[in-house]
Design a protein around this ligand. Structure first.
Ligand SMILES: *Cc1c(COP(=O)(O)O)cnc(C)c1O
Length: 390
């Protein structure tokens, strides 16, 4: 396991022969872990949410690095994501947040993946299959306080938990809910949701003592980690804040450090004369001669470019704008005001350069999407190499 990380993390930023790359800053990742640790105190545990390839950052490397940095649990969305981590040699507990198919139950047992369970019928299926194997499978129960369709409704939960707790070969190891109200910063609803969670806990005190040991109760994801200490309980599930992405803007969110940068290099420089027409899906009719830097990346590599009418980049520590939307594999940037620009110069599409920055929240502000979607900026094509740098 450490081989992966030793190899990956010791990499230097790429040489001049790499035209576009993703840089993962492991110091910033450590900073964010320490930030969360300082918030929640030394006793509670951290579950790193590494679904969707660790929000595009690279699930195996990020998970490995975090497990070496004091994180105890991992969470992913799908069985396939869990398998990827197990096949890379990761031994830590992995919680599956998505609902799963009955046909996938045998993989849970093969690979020691912890399912989220919220129906008695599904719990029965898992119990039967675990019994056939002579195995005992840890499970987490999920409550649905926001009626979003994932979890037990509060008025049925007590009955369902009592049923599930009687099934053999299942070990209730955790109970959780996703605090949707915290994303809206609706403090009143947060308090009500926590009260409903408490009510269920107190009605099921005996059932929620697997092997006589209290189980993990967990409620907080990033906005609650930043804002609502009453939601901390036994462990927190950290996604966006680990990666330094504010899922909403407040002072604390801005103290996090963004982990991912996306960079490229100028691969050509041309001039367009006054009145000349250029471009594929857009036209440039400059009123005076302009200088154009060609970047060898487009929306097939960097999907967020598709959301922007005139993407901005940083070159030579300054902002520069594209002439129009990116095409599939190129972006043409106006560098008339940057006469120093040369072929091979580094260009930042996400991240900082000199005193300028283009963070996910700055980019999302230029689109129609809500700030809570700012993690989508980090979904970059696998064809772009990733470098994990210190
Ligand atoms: C994705 C997810 C998280 C992480 O949320 P962030 O806002 O990214 O911290 C936590 N819990 C559940 C159930 C999730 O699906």
């Amino acid at each position: 396991m450490n081989k992966i990380i030793d190899k990956a993390i010791n990499e230097l930023p790429p040489q001049k022969d790499v035209a576009a790359w993703v840089e993962i800053n492991t110091q910033h990742l450590s900073h964010n872990v320490q930030f969360i640790r300082a918030k929640i105190g030394p006793e509670r545990q951290i579950m790193a949410v590494v679904k969707a390839n660790a929000y595009g950052h690279g699930a195996v490397e990020i998970a490995t690095y975090l497990l070496n940095s004091g994180v105890q649990h991992l969470a992913v969305a799908t069985v396939e994501e869990g398998l990827e981590l197990r096949k890379a040699g990761i031994k830590a507990p992995i919680l599956l947040l998505n609902s799963i198919l009955p046909e996938q139950i045998s993989k849970l047992l093969d690979y020691q993946l912890t399912p989220t369970i919220y129906t008695v019928a599904f719990a029965e299926k898992v119990s039967i299959e675990a019994k056939q194997r002579g195995a005992e499978l840890p499970i987490h129960l999920r409550l649905d306080l926001a009626s979003n369709g994932l979890g037990m409704l509060p008025d049925q939960a007590v009955y369902q938990i009592k049923q599930i707790s009687r099934l053999p070969h299942l070990l209730i190891e955790g109970i959780y809910t996703h605090l949707v109200s915290a994303y809206r910063q609706d403090a009143k609803q947060v308090a009500e949701d926590i009260q409903s969670f408490e009510n269920v806990l107190s009605s099921c005190r005996e059932e929620l003592q697997a092997r006589g040991v209290p189980i993990f109760r967990h409620v907080a994801s990033s906005p609650s980690i930043l804002n609502y200490p009453s939601a901390y309980y036994d462990l927190v599930r950290a996604g966006t804040c680990l990666y330094g992405l504010p899922s909403f803007v407040n002072q604390d969110g801005l103290l996090l450090k963004p982990v991912m940068s996306v960079k490229s290099r100028v691969c050509d420089i041309q001039y367009i004369e006054k009145g000349e027409m250029r471009g594929y899906y857009y036209s440039v009719f400059p009123e005076s001669k302009v200088r154009v830097a060609t970047l060898p990346i487009g929306y097939s590599h960097i999907p967020f470019l598709l959301l922007l009418k005139k993407p901005q980049v940083l070159i030579g520590g300054q902002k520069a704008s594209a002439f129009g939307p990116a095409n599939m594999s190129h972006l043409f940037v106006d560098v008339t005001h940057l006469p120093e620009t040369r072929i091979g110069d580094e260009v930042v599409l996400l991240g900082a350069q000199g005193n300028e920055k283009l963070y996910a929240q700055d980019i999302i502000a230029e689109t129609d999407l809500d700030i809570s979607r700012c993690e989508s900026i980090c979904f970059i094509s696998e064809s772009i190499p990733r470098f994990f740098v210190k």
